[in-house]
Structure formats: C-alpha cells, structure tokens
Design a protein around this ligand. Structure first.
Ligand code: GTP
Ligand code: MG
Length: 361
C-alpha cells in the first residue's frame, strides 16, 4: 500500500514552495492556552471540595462522557472525592408521569434547604436520552429550587442502557456528596427496570401516588410496592382530600400483607399536597425516623456496603457484556451460530460454548 502523503494544510499547497508565515505565533499560543483551560483532575477535585457547583457540573459531565480518553481522568476525580462522600442521605423518588414528582421535589427540596440542608437532585431516566424527557418542564416546575443556592439540579445522564445511566448517576452521587450536598434525591419515572436501579443506590425509597377511583391497588406493580419505605399520596388538596385519605387506608392495609423488611422498618403511607405543602414536612420527619432506626440497628451501613459490592459486579457484568457483543469477530460468529441454532443444527449451549471460547482465547 502507498504510504499516506504527508499532511498538507491549505496554507502549504505546493511542495517546495513555502508560503509566508500567515499564522501568527501569538495566536497559536493563544489557542493553546485556551485549550489548556480544560481543568485538570486536581483542579476539579479542589473545586468540588470547595463547594464549587461549576466544578461539580464539569466533573459530572466528565463522568458521563462516552469518550474513552476521559475515563481515566473521571476515575481519578471520583477516587479523590470518595473519602469525602458517604456523609449523606440518599432518597429515591418514583411515580408515574404526572403524579407530581417535580412539583413535590420542588416543595420538599425547599423545605430541606429551609432547614439548612444542601440538596442535590439527580434523575435516572433512560428514556430521556431520546426525548430529553421533562427537563424543560422541570425548569419551570422547580423554579424556586433551581435558584436556591443550597440546591443543585442535574438532569438525567443520557445513555443507551439503563446500566450505563445508573452507573453514571451513582458516580454523580459521590461527586455531589464530596461537594457538600448532604441530601441526594434521585428521581425516576415509574417505568421498567429503572426503579430497581434507583432502589439499589439509595437509603430510602419513596413511592408517589395519587388517589384513584377507589381501586388503589390496580395496576401497581407488586415489586415497586415491596421496595417502598414510604408511599406518599400526593394531590391531597381541595376535593381530593377525602379520596386521598381513603387511599391511605387501603395502601396501609396492603402494606401489612408484605413480609417484614430486613431493615426492621414498617413501611408507612402518608398524604400530602405538593401545591399547598400540606404534609411535606411530615415526609422528612418520617425519613428521619427511618434513619434513626437503621443507623441504630446497623442496617444503614450494611445496606450501603451491600450496594457497593452490587455495583462492582454490576459494572463488571455490564462491561463484559458490552465488550463481548461489540467485538466484530464475535458478532459475525454469533450471527452464524444463531442460524445454526434456529435450524437445530447446533444446541444453544454448544453454540454459546464456541462463542465464549473464541472470546476468551
Ligand atoms: N392539585 C395538585 N396538583 C398537583 C400537585 N402536585 C402536582 N400537581 C400538578 O400535577 C401536574 C404534574 O406535576 P409534575 O410535578 O410535573 O409531575 P411529574 O410526576 O414530575 O411528571 P413527569 O415529569 O411527567 O413524570 C402539574 O400540573 C402539577 O401542577 C398537588 O399536590 N396538588
Ligand atoms: Mg417531572
């Protein structure tokens, strides 16, 4: 093959004839200086530890980057932040679209900052990578919280897989905590597997509901009920108050049918209005009761270390899988073997064996 020709710029078109130096040295230096403006890992860490939200945002962007060259720097920042994290309460909030999550988080977040807490709101919403979800709506619904100096709101990381989005969110939690945020709220939309992912990165899981037509338990996934530490029936205002109270009774009865939780906590049901703020303060009190109980009985720390090892294996699984399926030779052989399996010429196990052997060779 021919050797590639030396790169020619538009300014040096003809070999042997030098063009006058038309790019000034000063402007080259200027551009280089600008490029160097990308903060180093150390600068990011220093900024974060000083409570600088701009540094925090930049670091989260770095963590979310899919550019492999950013990975090392991102890991460096996270590792340096790790010893300063872990001193917080992590609260997961889920509920179907329209239940009032954003409005609730605005009211709840403002209540927390009024108590002197520093609140970070993150979101796990894999669907938002396509539609950019409700970010626009949230800007108006969390108007007050967005402006609050002691609050930080970050829209969902985008990504193809829930695992990827979840991992980035978990790392963002660490960065927020190192930046001094002591209350982390992770919001997720009540679809698919995202609740499970959020449940495995928080201390307390809150399910937001609204009172329905009397058949409250219809259409609610058992698994989500089981994960909830608190069910909050929102929009308990105006004509809705009575219905909300009835719903509370029904949920309470249902919750008692579940086996007791390892935490020793009996899940609770409460009503609130994110608009009038009635009952919002009670939610925080309930969370405090939970924290007191689980810190005393040791479950709080136990759960966090369980979660750490869960995410270790989860990340390995995710990356192995990605690596396997994106390798070209594997993909080709997989296609081939798939046909053989479909035609009963090869057993699925034998085919898998062949593929794995090729992969690990
Ligand atoms: N009456 C009443 N309306 C509420 C309450 N909370 C939220 N709403 C209204 O319900 C609608 C949906 O609220 P959002 O906060 O956007 O709901 P969401 O769960 O964040 O929705 P998605 O972001 O689409 O998942 C809005 O029109 C709110 O004004 C409440 O406590 N009472
Ligand atoms: Mg919302």
């Amino acid at each position: 093959m021919d050797k590639p020709k030396a790169h020619k710029t538009a300014l040096h078109e003809v070999d042997g004839i030098d063009q006058p130096e038309s790019i000034s040295k000063a402007s080259i230096e200027h551009v280089t200086r600008l490029r160097k403006k990308q903060p180093t890992a150390q600068e990011l860490v220093n900024g974060i530890l000083n409570g600088d939200k701009t540094a925090l945002s930049r670091a989260i962007t770095l963590v979310e980057s899919t550019n492999p060259s950013h990975l090392e720097k991102a890991n460096d920042v996270i590792n340096q932040c790790l010893p300063h994290a872990d001193k917080s309460v992590r609260i997961g909030i889920t509920g179907v679209p329209g239940v009032g999550k954003s409005t609730f988080i605005e009211a709840f977040g403002k209540h927390l900052t009024s108590l002197g807490r520093k609140v970070a709101v993150l979101a796990v919403d894999p669907s938002s990578s396509l539609s950019h979800g409700s970010i626009l709506g949230d800007k108006t619904r969390m108007e007050e919280l967005v402006k609050d100096e002691n609050a930080y709101i970050r829209p969902s990381a985008s990504g193809d897989t829930l695992g990827g989005v979840a991992r980035k969110t978990r790392e963002a939690i660490i960065l927020c905590e190192a930046c001094g945020f002591d209350t982390i709220i992770i919001e997720t939309v009540g679809v698919g597997q995202s609740e499970t992912a959020v449940h495995s990165m928080v201390d307390f899981f809150l399910l937001l509901k609204i009172a329905g037509a009397g058949d409250e338990l219809q259409g609610i996934k058992r698994g989500i009920m089981e994960m909830a530490d608190l069910i909050v029936i929102n929009k308990a205002d105006g004509d809705n108050i009575k219905k909300a109270k009835l719903a509370k009774t029904e949920f309470n009865r249902a919750l008692h049918l579940f086996p007791p939780k390892n935490s020793g906590w009996q899940p609770k049901v409460t009503t609130c209005s994110a608009i009038t703020h009635d009952g919002v303060a009670d939610v925080w009190e309930t969370i405090n009761e939970y924290l007191k109980l689980t810190q005393e009985n040791g479950f709080f720390g136990f759960r966090r270390s369980e979660q750490n090892s869960y995410w270790l294996t989860e990340t390995i699984n995710e990356q192995l899988k990605n690596n396997f399926y994106t390798r070209e030779d594997i993909a080709a052989l997989l296609e081939q073997n798939k046909k053989a399996v479909q035609n009963n010429e090869l057993s699925p196990f034998a085919a898998a064996q062949v593929l794995l052997e090729k992969y690990f060779k």
